[in-house]
Design a binder for this molecule. Sequence first.
Ligand SMILES: *Cc1c(COP(=O)(O)O)cnc(C)c1O
Length: 483
Amino acid sequence: MRYVSTRGYDAKQGFCDILLEGLAPDGGLYLPAFYPQVDDAMLTRWRSLSYAELAFEVLSLYIDDIAAQDLRAICAKTYTEAVFGTKAIVPLRRLHDKADAAPLYLQALSNGPTLAFKDMAMQLLGNLFEYELARRGETLNILGATSGDTGSAAEYAMRGKRGVAVFMTSPHGRMSPFQQAQMFSLMDDNIHNIAIEGVFDDCQDIVKAVSGDLVFKRRYRIGTVNSINWARLAAQVVYYFAGYFQATGHNSEKVSFSVPSGNFGNVCAGHVARMMGLPIDTLIVATNENDVLDEFFRTGMYRVRSSADTRETSSPSMDISKASNFERFVFDLLGRDASRTRELFERQLKQPGFFDLSADPLFAQAARSFGFASGRSAHRDRIATIRDADARFGVVIDTHTADGLKVAREHQRADTPMVVLETALPIKFSQAIVEALGHEPPRPAGFEGIESLPKRVTILPAQAQAVKDYLASHCAAIALPVG
Ligand SMILES: *Cc1c(COP(=O)(O)O)cnc(C)c1O
């Protein structure tokens, strides 16, 4: 498979080259040159596969520069019952509802090591990185910024892996006690936690500044695992297939998915699955108060928010000012017109800071041809939905999943089953559960008392130079040619 950029750069490389890269050289995002198509016979065969085998089948359509037996072994090693808690890996749970309505399901994506759906892709990435770096005889130092879920998923995926180290910045004192405990209790030599005396935006600015120093970046082999990484998206495509198979008896049925959304990575994987021919009816983009995406799908206006206009909410992993993967969908919506995509994202988002497709006939296609719908949820909706799910279905859901369920219920139809993606377990955000239900959420086995484990973290001021100094003294530099 050849990869292209949403802004026109035509990469001659394959999957493994873009695996270790972030943005394309022209500032765009990588996408496969085309979406491989699945047919009825393939879907029928895939129905009976284990999750790891299904992952191999889907991924091998996008990865032709890793030998089939190696890719199969990587998938088998990644998606195990030991790591994800169940044999099904992403089991569906039926939420018993009105007798005359099509079934409503919750798809568990949060039973990996860090209890959020980011593990689904990051665990695979850890094994792919280790494989590819060993093959090249190279090492990589991953520098990242996290407000919680991404950082811990990256650290648990990379811990103990050969050839790779993680340097994760987070805003000092701002993550939930559970999230801090998850990250800071890791004692692996290749994991470095850096608490920045500032907010999440400071962490992101520091990562940008360090990565923008190209000489430093090369000398210390700095890389990233942020949400625009194509490999993460490709891994996420798999669970849409697995969810579809569990919700249907045969391939003539359609299913809708409701997806708690922030950076548009999760639902973009659903878009890819739909483009491949998986019979998805509607992809419902559920946002919280930070409703950049809901506004677009309702009005055609994409308006990036300022930091001051980005609200801190009780579903914090969806608190975004812009949706970093959204450009991929717009590229497809515009018929893969790279120069128009570039005009919107490179120019109009800088000045005037928004673009408006409402008058464009293509915008109507977002719903009609691409199956998108959207909705928004706020704090009181989350609390009411968590209470309602507990009372009606006997299930405790987290705040992000509550956003997804709230919006799903507004789009339920009598003839189409609805799958709500569960993106985290409630223990990660227990404060809101206590507010809704008056008691602590259930704590999965193995997480008892993690808040009192010893912690390892370095506190640094919000200055790029301080982080550079730390990196320089903890990673081996490579000699660069002079000039
Ligand atoms: C990251 C995250 C989201 C948002 O996913 P995107 O891919 O950024 O849209 C939603 N819920 C939880 C719990 C997350 O960690």
